[in-house]
Design a protein around this ligand. Sequence first.
Ligand code: TXA
Ligand code: MG
Length: 310
Amino acid sequence: MAQTTEILSSTPDGIARAARLLADGQCVAFPTETVYGLGADARQGDAVAAIYEAKGRPSFNPLIVHVSCGEEAARYGVLPEAADAFLADGWPAGLTLVVPLRDGSGLSPLVTAGSDSVALRVPSAPLARQLLQGFGGPVAAPSANPSGRISPTTAAHVLDGLSGRIAAVLDGGATTAGLESTILGFEGGAPVVLREGVFDVPETLPRKVKGDAGQVAAPGQLASHYAPRGRVRLDAEEARPGEWHIGFGAVAGDRTLSATGDLREAAARLFALLHEADARNAGAIAVAPIPDQGLGRAINDRLRRAAAPR
Ligand code: TXA
Ligand code: MG
């Protein structure tokens, strides 16, 4: 769906417009001190699904949640004591922390790809802070590039890849760092580097980085992604006896990903329904066929992994 991508200036009007678009569930690219992120309200599942759609990402990697201050971060994640050492002088530039998701956080499960940890970041770039304050909520954002392309450090880079696919880009000029944030997780209360980035961490910290140096690793692939306990059968037009049936479109099921066959709605509901299968103690789960195009590819990727023999 082509749309006209607005180019917003870093004025109070431009920031207010960007905040309003986010509140409306639109995708807005904005600069942080690292790279431009493609933001959407982290509480609105359809808005988060639209991020994956715009990027053409064939799988659901969990997303970093951007907030305006440490207190707000603590509303969505449980910061371990070991985090204090990094946050003593406020949230440092270019640092993302992966911490346990707080119960009742209100974040869409699509943001964490159904896992019980969340990546949190308080950008230090003034424009990003102003946008987050103006919006007043959590903003999920991966780098604002089409899947497989390099991260954008100017509004022109963003438009190059995503013009016509997103509502707006907030133009703050070139980012200062030009490289992604460092991602730290915690294991047994001790910090572990999940991705090298612009924030300097001591050499002595253990690394769990995937991929070569210089290549952006995907720690989300390491985190154990959510898989339901029940056996999963795909492409099921009809349920067999004892199966709990997840429907789509014309296939009604016991519950549906989207009665109207809307892939964005289906993506937004996917992880919640997989969790519901567990809550119901479903030993066998059947899932209706999902068209393998657009967001359907990411949904099918996730379902195939859920259905893989364990
Ligand atoms: O500088 C940056 O980090 C930029 C700006 C926009 O914030 N963002 C960025 O996002 O590089 P992205 O999606 O391209 O990379 C984020 C990485 C992914 O590899 C993802 O797997 C990981 O963070 N990640 C996000 N949430 C996670 C979680 N709950 N557990 C483990 N890894 C997570
Ligand atoms: Mg990226």
